[in-house]
Design a protein around this ligand. Structure first.
Ligand code: PGA
Length: 240
């Protein structure tokens, strides 16, 4: 299984470094022993950490490689800092920073062009789910992404299904509901593009829900809040 630790803005820089120094080696060893992989995604400032993990990811990237884009961090910088992955299109970026599906797709292209693997997030809002529009929304979010992947002749797709109503709320889809959506995603992608696809689930995964959410088609989890709790993380790694 693949685990992505999305620390968001939960820890300060110094807290992050201390956390990594205290817990990272143990977690990495545990993952290796259990044949799992862990990608850590701390804040940008933490990325130059000297004991860089093998799988090191950013939570976002700028919309261009270089230029007058105040506050953005380029994929070129992320590469220099040893990142292998970048979370792209997280619903918090779409929601609070008005990131559009086209911008998300463009960032996917920037990552692919520069040899970084984008961890692409898609998911429906609660009202869209209630209106029975989940699959339409996923299709709309996926189409521009698949177009860019085709353009770059990408060989891999690392997707995370994150229903927005499940993020940070303690709510999760039922295992059957999740299995149905993941299966739909695999079929939709397979019909559209020949690519090696990995699909994670994200949204209120914790040490209690992880075991129940494992379906035959799931490849791992994107972990938010729980990813800063080392003991809970260990339990998740052991339960999967
Ligand atoms: P959560 O966040 O695990 O805190 O719900 C998941 C995410 O948004 O990546």
């Amino acid at each position: 299984m693949l685990f992505v630790a999305n620390w968001k803005m939960q820890l300060t820089h110094n807290e992050s470094i201390k956390w990594l120094e205290d817990h990272f080696d143990d977690l990495q060893k545990l993952c290796e022993a259990e044949s799992h992989n862990l990608i850590m995604c701390p804040s940008f400032t933490v990325l130059p950490w000297e004991k860089k993990p093998k799988a090191w990811g950013a939570q976002n990237c700028g919309i261009k490689e270089k230029g007058p884009y105040t506050g953005d961090v380029s994929v070129l910088t992320l590469k220099e800092l040893g990142c292998s992955h970048v979370i792209v299109g997280h619903s918090e970026r779409r929601r609070y920073y008005d990131e559009t599906p086209e911008q998300t797709a463009h960032k996917v292209g920037l990552c692919k062009k520069n040899g970084l693997e984008p961890i692409i997030c898609i998911g429906e809002m609660e009202d869209e789910r209630n209106e029975g529009r989940t699959l339409d929304v996923l299709r709309e979010q996926l189409e521009p992404i698949l177009e860019v992947l085709r353009e770059y002749d990408a060989k891999t797709l690392l997707l995370t299904y994150e229903p927005v109503w499940a993020i940070g709320t303690g709510k999760t889809p039922s295992p059957d509901e999740l299995a149905e959506i993941l299966n739909w995603l695999y079929v939709f992608i397979e019909d559209s593009i020949k690519i090696d696809t990995t699909i994670l689930y994200g949204g209120s995964v914790n040490e209690y829900s992880a075991g129940d959410l494992i379906t035959t088609s799931i490849d791992g989890f994107l972990l938010g809040k729980v990813s800063i709790d080392p003991e809970a993380l260990k339990k998740i790694i052991l339960s999967c």
